[in-house]
Design a protein around this ligand. Structure first.
Ligand code: PMP
Length: 441
């Protein structure tokens, strides 16, 4: 497929010079290319298409909303699908949040969450709180604010002079890789929390606006769940020093980990602000959101006459986007799909673990799993495996060059038989790459 001869493209593609197969249709877990090839959407793009493709209820909701009203600017109006979706999200979140701000992409949500955190402190008459602490090898989006918060060197390096100095980075939480030999999980977590505390002290506790964390590290390191006690420890630090806790669940949230919010599987520690995206609209429409805790909402509201939160995007709360996401979330609830995430997650994990002796580990939660390779002959193979998987009929997500790994995040509707097919293609692809020779490029 990668050798497909196409004329030069008018699109400024993600990778210039690379030839992309043209996806023309999608049904269930499959996408079809223009030459008729069926490809399993093995990572739902980047953990997006959680309902698979062509879901009739979602398409119907989009069509009906488009016919009724496509767009009403949120400076003037609210809309029924936005109100209903916000209520549904709050009702599913065990009282952790007070209201919801809708945006169009994960990056927009992270940007606005950072601004809300800042606004909260200014509203509370603590304008000296200007610093955020996030983690090396995290990913929070591609806009300049999000790149400042995140830390994936290849995405960041050339833009570094443009980035904000208000973001400070500590170690990621990656117990299976970074614990010292013999170090217990609790000791490892204590060590990381001490690093945070040192960073807070060196910046000045009263200058800290927020801590930003992906509860399950996603795009950069490949579905790395927080170690036990880590999120609880961060909550404690935030409460101690008066800073806010921000969870970025754009990739790991909305059911991907087997619970609606990933933090519900990781000690049940709720943040003050949480970004969600990808699985919210399942790719049927571009939509993201910030779940806002009561304290943040109340403080900003109390001072809004003198200090309004002036920040808006043209397409925030888009009616069709909200209608699509509402339909997606209703299908997930009505069909009990999170139970399938758990069952198929177990099935995929055990099949991956047994798939090839060349894996160092299979990690993650629910249907958010990463297979990391052992060092084979000194050169990484994941990019060739991912390319070969695509040739062989399965799209799997290539993690950053910080790890030699590919990520699996199939749609929540996947069946046992389809899991078997996905793993079969993975094994075939690994074997083909190894047969070619590990140092081949
Ligand atoms: N945060 C996280 C954790 C993400 O994984 C992503 C996207 N991979 C983003 C933010 C940015 O989302 P978007 O690409 O929709 O802007």
């Amino acid at each position: 497929m990668s050798a497909e001869a196409t004329p030069p493209s008018a699109i400024f593609h993600r990778s210039l010079g690379k030839v992309y197969p043209t996806a023309v249709s999608g049904q269930g877990i499959y996408l079809e290319t223009k030459d008729g090839k069926q490809v399993i959407d093995g990572s739902s793009g980047a953990a997006v298409s959680c309902l698979g493709h062509g879901h009739p209820a979602v398409i119907q909701a989009i069509v009906e909303q488009a016919q009724r009203m496509s767009f009403a600017h949120t400076s003037f109006f609210t809309s029924n699908p936005a109100e209903e979706l916000a209520e549904l999200l709050l009702s599913q979140s065990a009282g952790a949040f007070h209201n919801v701000m809708f945006l169009s992409s994960g990056s927009e949500a992270v940007e606005s969450a950072i601004k809300l955190a800042r606004q909260y402190h200014v509203s509370n008459r603590q304008p000296e709180r200007i610093n955020f602490i996030s983690r090396r090898y995290s990913y929070h989006g591609n806009t300049l604010g999000c790149l400042s918060a995140g830390f994936n060197p290849p995405r960041r390096e050339q833009f570094a002079p443009l980035l904000s100095q208000a973001f400070h980075h500590v170690s990621p939480c990656f117990f299976s890789r970074d614990a010292s030999p013999g170090e217990a999980e609790s000791a490892y977590v204590d060590r990381l929390l001490q690093e945070y505390e040192q960073k807070i002290q060196s910046l000045g506790p009263k200058t800290i606006a927020g801590l930003i964390v992906e509860p399950i590290g996603g795009a950069t390191l490949g579905s790395v769940p927080s170690a036990e006690g880590y999120l609880t420890g961060l909550r404690r630090l935030c409460d101690k020093y008066g800073s806010l806790l921000l969870f970025d669940e754009v990739m790991c949230g909305m059911g991907r980990a087997g619970t609606l919010h990933a933090w519900q599987s990781l000690g049940n520690v709720a943040p003050d602000l949480q970004t969600i995206g990808k699985g919210l609209g399942a790719g049927y429409q571009p939509i993201s959101a910030i779940l806002v805790g009561r304290q943040v909402h109340d403080s900003i509201k109390a001072s809004q006459d003198v200090l309004p939160f002036v920040s808006g995007h043209t397409y925030q709360g888009h009616s069709i986007g909200c209608a699509a996401a509402l339909a997606v979330q209703k299908v997930i609830i009505e069909q009990g799909l999170l139970a399938n995430v758990e069952a198929m997650g177990k099935c995929l994990r055990s099949q991956l673990e047994a798939s090839t002796p060349h894996l160092k580990e299979v990690r993650g939660l629910g249907l958010f799993l990463t297979a990391e390779f052992k060092a084979i002959g000194g050169s990484p193979i994941s990019s060739r495996v991912a390319a070969r998987c695509l040739d062989n009929g399965a799209a799997v997500y290539l993690c950053s060059s910080a790890v030699d790994a590919v990520m699996f995040a199939p749609p929540f509707i996947i069946t046992e038989e389809e899991v078997g097919k996905l793993v079969e293609i993975f094994v075939l692809s690994v074997n083909e790459v190894l047969l070619e020779g590990v140092s081949a490029t």
